[in-house]
Design a protein around this ligand. Sequence first.
Ligand code: THG
Length: 266
Amino acid sequence: MGHDVPNKMLVISERLNGLFTAVGQAIDARDERFIQQHAVQQVECGAHALDLNVGPGRDDGPAAMEWLVRTVQEVTDLPLCIDTPGIKTMTAGIKACRNKLIINSTTAEMKKMQALFPLAREHDADVICLTMDERGIPNDAESRAEMAMLMITTAMEHDVMPERLMLDPLVMPIKAAQDQPVKVIKAMQLFQTLNDPSPRTVVGLSNVSNGAKERSLLNRTFLGMLMGVGLSAAIVDVQDADLMNVIKAGELLKAEKLYCDDFLRA
Ligand code: THG
């Protein structure tokens, strides 16, 4: 066991998201060229996986997601992280997906877990587990850990092993709730104790700086803090080169890769 090198962080691109105006318009227009160029750019910037989100409040969710998945997997074999709260939209994305699949996401709500864990088992998917339920996001770290444990045990009842899960403590905008980042760090530490080996973890990093000034600086600093408590994956802006350098430096400092003077380029 002494020779085990900890896994490097899984970098998931946040950019194929209908929240971004240009992407939303391209999805509306079913503009394959735009989406495919955008996807290739994410890969070139170092993404290991692509988060696909058609954006909120559309009445063609399932059709849009099916199109988005088909369009993106024509230009990349990277894992696709199907990002939607809608079970119908999720199902449409999963059925279209031929690449490695990450379901983003279930919550601790029974009806979501009972719909999504069987799909995860059937399609051999990883599952991101948001620590929230019908009452919302808990304010404290301990309740987040309790919800995480409920998702781990419910997944196992559906034959989805803990190794397939990524626990997400749900990062909130610093501008709205300044007590939350420290609670997210605490939740991450509690998550490590829930299973052996420790469960994997993931965050939507840019949430922290939503509506704030100095977004990249806040994102980078929080990412460093999270890497210090064992973050295993992150949904990030891979086009932010300074942020990608924090990941490289963090992996170096955690001895996940060997030091060399040229580590930013290696
Ligand atoms: N956990 C999981 N999945 C997630 C999130 C999470 N998926 C969505 C989100 N959070 C992560 N992705 C983004 C994508 C964009 C932004 C933040 C997080 C963002 N967008 C600009 C904004 O809202 O200000 C859009 C501005 C523009 O139009 O350019 O910040 O937490 N599992």
